[in-house]
Design a protein around this ligand. Structure first.
Ligand SMILES: Nc1ncnc2c1ncn2[C@@H]1O[C@H](COP(=O)(O)OP(=O)(O)OP(=O)(O)O)[C@@H](O)[C@H]1O
Ligand SMILES: [Mg+2]
Length: 338
C-alpha cells in the first residue's frame, strides 16, 4: 500500500533522511519510531507529497507521489506534527471546508463531517471555535480532518503528542480501530506507543533505518542471551562468585541491594535455561532464595541499543544524541506510568 524505496532528503547541506526503504501493507498499523530529529516528520512529509524527495521512489496505493501527486493525495489522510487549524472557524465549518478541498462530493459532506466527528469524539464541541479548544480536542479535530475523505492511507505524525493519559488511551484505541479498513503509519518517539498500537515497527535514527519488524521479533533478534533476575539473602560477594560458576552463565552483575538481600542479573548462553541450576547452587550454600525470574529485553532497551550505536561516526544529523535520549527516557517513563 505504501512503498518507500531509497528515500533521501536533504535540506541544503543537512542530510535529514538517508536511503530509507520500507513498506506498509494494506490494513496494517506501522509504527515509525525514532528519537527527536531522526527524520520521521521529513519522511512523512515526503510520503504525503508536501516535500519533494531528493532521491528515491515513493508509491501510495500504486501511485507515485511525485509523478501522480493528485491521485496519491486523494488516498492519503495526513495529521501533521502541528495540525493546520483555523482558530476562527468552528469544528464543523473547518471539517466541511477540508472535505471540500479533499474533493468530497457536495451531497456527502454533511455525512462525512458527522462520521468523522463521531469517530474522533468531537461532536460535543462541533460548534465551538477551534482556537478555543484544548490541545487534546484540537488534536482530535486534526485526526477528524485526516479521516474526512475516508482515505485508504493515514499518515499520523505523533498523534498522541500533548494529550492527557485518558486521551492517549482513547486515541490509541481509535487508531487500532482504523486498522483493517485503513493502512496507518504513525510516528512516535514514545516506546510504549508502538507496542500498544502497532503490528510492525520501523526504527529510524539519524536519518537511517536501524531495524524493522514486529515488536516481538525485534526483542528476539537483539537479545543474544537469556537474562535471569535472582534475589538472594546471603553474602553478596560469595553469592556472586558461586552464581558465576554455574554452567552456561556468562555474566553476573548486582542490580539492587537492600540489607542482606541482593538482586543479581545473570546472563546465560542463548537457549539455555539456567534457573534450576542457579536455584540449586543457592540452596546448597544454605542461602535464602527470595526470587527467581527470567527477564526479557524491554522495547526501551532495544530502542536505546539501536539508536545509540555509531553516533559519533555519522554526520547525518548534528544533534546531541545523549541529551535527546535523556529526554526520550523521561518521556517514556512518564507515559509508562499512565
Ligand atoms: N525545514 C528544515 N530545514 C532544515 N533542516 C531541517 C528542516 N526540517 C527538519 N530539518 C532537519 O532534519 C532532521 C530531521 O528532522 P525531522 O523533523 O524529520 O525529525 P523528527 O524525527 O520528526 O523529529 P521530532 O521527533 O523532533 O519531531 C533534523 O536534523 C532537522 O534539524
Ligand atoms: Mg517530527
Amino acid at each position: 500500500m505504501i512503498e518507500v524505496a531509497g528515500l533521501t532528503k536533504r535540506y541544503g547541506p543537512t542530510l535529514a533522511v538517508s536511503d530509507v526503504s520500507f513498506e506498509a501493507r494494506k490494513g496494517e498499523v506501522l509504527g515509525f519510531l525514532g528519537p527527536n530529529g531522526a527524520g520521521k516528520t521529513t519522511t512523512m512529509r515526503v510520503i504525503t507529497g508536501y516535500l519533494p524527495p531528493s532521491e528515491g521512489k515513493i508509491r501510495v496505493a500504486g501511485y507515485d507521489v511525485v509523478d501522480e501527486p493528485l491521485e496519491a493525495k486523494r488516498r492519503i489522510g495526513y495529521l501533521p506534527e502541528s495540525p493546520p487549524v483555523y482558530p476562527d472557524m468552528t469544528v464543523i465549518e473547518y471539517l466541511a471546508f477540508v472535505a471540500r478541498i479533499k474533493g468530497v462530493a457536495r451531497k456527502d459532506i454533511k455525512t462525512r463531517v458527522q462520521e468523522a466527528s463521531e469517530k474522533c469524539a468531537v461532536t460535543d464541541v462541533a460548534r465551538r471555535q477551534i482556537g478555543k479548544l484544548s490541545k487534546g480536542y484540537r488534536q482530535r479535530v486534526g485526526l477528524a480532518q485526516a479521516l474526512i475523505h475516508n482515505p485508504e492511507v493515514l499518515i499520523l505524525d505523533e498523534p498522541t503528542a500533548g494529550l492527557d493519559p485518558k486521551q492517549i488511551i482513547e486515541t490509541r484505541e481509535l487508531i487500532r480501530g482504523l486498522a483493517g479498513q485503513h493502512t496507518v503509519v504513525l510516528s512516535t518517539h514514545i516506546l510504549p506507543e508502538v507496542s500498544k498500537t502497532c503490528e510492525r515497527v520501523v526504527v529510524i535514527s539519524q536519518g537511517k533505518i536501524v531495524a524493522q519488524g514486529a515488536p516481538d521479533e525485534l526483542t528476539h533478534r537483539l537479545q543474544g542471551f537469556e537474562t535471569v533476575l535472582i534475589t538472594i539473602e546471603g553474602p553478596a560477594a560469595e553469592v556472586m562468585e558461586k552464581l558465576h560458576r554455574v554452567g552456561g552463565v556468562q555474566m553476573v552483575e548486582p542490580r539492587d541491594a537492600a540489607d542482606s538481600r541482593t538482586t543479581f542479573e545473570v546472563q546465560a548462553e542463548k537457549g539455555r535455561d539456567v534457573r534450576a541450576e542457579l536455584a540449586r547452587a543457592v540452596v546448597e550454600s544454605r542461602w535464602n532464595l527470595l526470587e527467581l525470574k527470567t527477564s526479557g529485553m524491554s522495547l526501551e532497551d532495544i530502542f536505546l541499543k539501536l539508536t545509540t550505536k555509531d553516533v559519533s561516526e555519522d554526520s547525518v544529523a548534528r544533534n546531541q544524541p545523549s541529551a535527546l535520549l535523556e529526554g526520550l527516557h523521561a518521556e517514556a517513563d512518564r507515559s509508562e506510568q499512565h
